[in-house]
Design a protein around this ligand. Structure first.
Ligand code: NAG
Ligand code: NAG
Ligand code: NAG
Ligand code: NAG
Length: 360
């Protein structure tokens, strides 16, 4: 006779101490395998993850509500699911608070059968301040705790598109890179601090984007620690006036010491952009200087907007750099914002955006 307890403990195949929510209990086991190439996806919630190209995905950073179904599915594809980590830096200067925060995150990851954490701290930090050192310590101690408590787990850290104190984020990039498994380089929002003319520009102009990777590599950061992040969203700017050459002047919205910023625009999903570009007055235009597409449209009040975005043509040269420089991989903000409907045009557009991640 199968004893009740044997049966019961079979049911209780655990991650942490909760019952495994997956159909097959082994799917609650954390992923240990090291991948040669990372495709790192930020997921902000909902169920569109079902339409991801899972033959590529290696890590999903779960920024939405915890979704056990996503965890089980990712594990069935050999992909990691990692927590989001964010905390006010003033709070973790204190060692005891830092340790408490890390312990809480490790326990949460364990109880949800997750495979690591993505630390997304985008706060301004002054060089050599207490927060500067506390941040480096936080990354190091988080990595040690995760690796110890969840073997094979992954700790990543999100950095700005360039290491040159972008948005007053003056971190110790070298120490942080050495202390974690990978840096996700957010190669977007590159107009967060506009110091020249207040005009609409590309979210991630190609030349500037690529040059910034040399800045990271010049610091002697191992290219195998770098994952390139590309935008699957764009910016919609209302033009306060439009020059004859088509330059779109934008409202002056300061950000972290700069007089103008992309905060004058609104972030728009690739799904929205693909719908809007067809009904726009200009159709898709191409800027050969920034190597990015854009278009104009007129809103219901008659105001002209200029929309800058990325598509397979602008992503392609960036993705090629990943191979050329031997970076660890590529990813996007965010995975959910393509049009995953069954329309043939949408399906093709979504497939092309995924495939562009592998270069051309
Ligand atoms: C530690 O955390 C507590 C809240 O739990 C907070 O009130 C306190 O200010 C923190 N300590 C330091 C030194 O930041
Ligand atoms: C548009 O506005 C900007 C700043 O408000 C100004 O510098 C520029 O000359 C204007 N251009 C045109 C064509 O009116
Ligand atoms: C946009 O227009 C192109 C060219 O006219 C067409 O092939 C495509 O189906 C349209 N896309 C959508 C989403 O309507
Ligand atoms: C998913 O990606 C693979 C490359 O890893 C590609 O061969 C395949 O065609 C993609 N699937 C779809 C539906 O586009």
């Amino acid at each position: 006779m199968i004893s009740f307890w044997a049966f019961f403990s079979w049911l209780l195949v655990v991650c942490g101490s909760t019952v495994c929510p997956c159909e097959r209990p082994e799917l609650c086991q954390q992923i240990r395998e090291e991948r040669d190439f990372e495709v790192f996806v930020f997921d902000v919630g909902g169920k569109t993850w079902k339409s991801y190209n899972w033959s590529m995905v290696t890590t999903v950073a779960a920024f939405g509500k915890y979704d056990a179904e996503l965890m089980c599915y990712a594990h069935s594809k050999g992909a990691r699911v990692v927590l989001k980590g964010d905390v006010p830096l003033s709070y973790i200067v204190d060692q005891a608070n830092r340790t408490a925060w890390i312990t809480e995150k490790v326990n949460l990851a364990k109880s949800q059968c997750m495979d690591g954490i993505n630390i997304d701290i985008e706060q301004a930090v002054e060089k050599d301040s207490p927060e500067y050192h506390a941040l480096s310590d936080l990354v190091k101690e988080t990595t040690e705790a995760f690796h110890r408590e969840i073997p094979g787990s992954q700790v990543s850290f999100d950095v700005a598109w360039s290491p040159k104190c972008i948005d007053k984020r003056c971190y110790d990039y070298v120490t942080i890179a050495e202390s974690c498994d990978l840096l996700f380089v957010m190669s977007y929002d590159e107009q967060s601090q506009i110091t020249g003319d207040c005009i609409a520009m590309a979210n991630a102009p190609v030349r500037q984007t690529l040059r910034a990777y040399d800045e990271y590599l010049d610091l002697k950061i191992n290219p195998k620690k770098l994952v390139m992040g590309v935008p699957w969203y764009g910016y919609d700017y209302p033009c306060v006036n439009l020059s004859q050459e088509g330059t779109c002047y934008i409202a002056k919205v300061p950000f972290r010491g700069a007089p103008c910023s992309d905060a004058a625009g609104r972030q728009k999903t690739y799904k929205w952009i693909m719908k809007q570009v067809n009904s726009s007055s200009s159709g898709r235009q191409w800027d050969d200087e920034q190597k990015a597409p854009y278009f104009y449209y007129k809103d219901q009040k008659g105001q002209i907007h200029q929309v800058w975005y990325d598509d397979p043509q602008s992503i392609c040269p960036k993705a090629n750099l990943v191979k050329a420089k031997g970076l660890k991989g590529i990813g996007m903000w965010n995975g959910n914002i393509l049009d995953y409907s069954d329309e043939p045009v949408a399906k093709q557009q979504a497939a092309m955006m995924w495939n562009a991640l592998l270069g051309c």
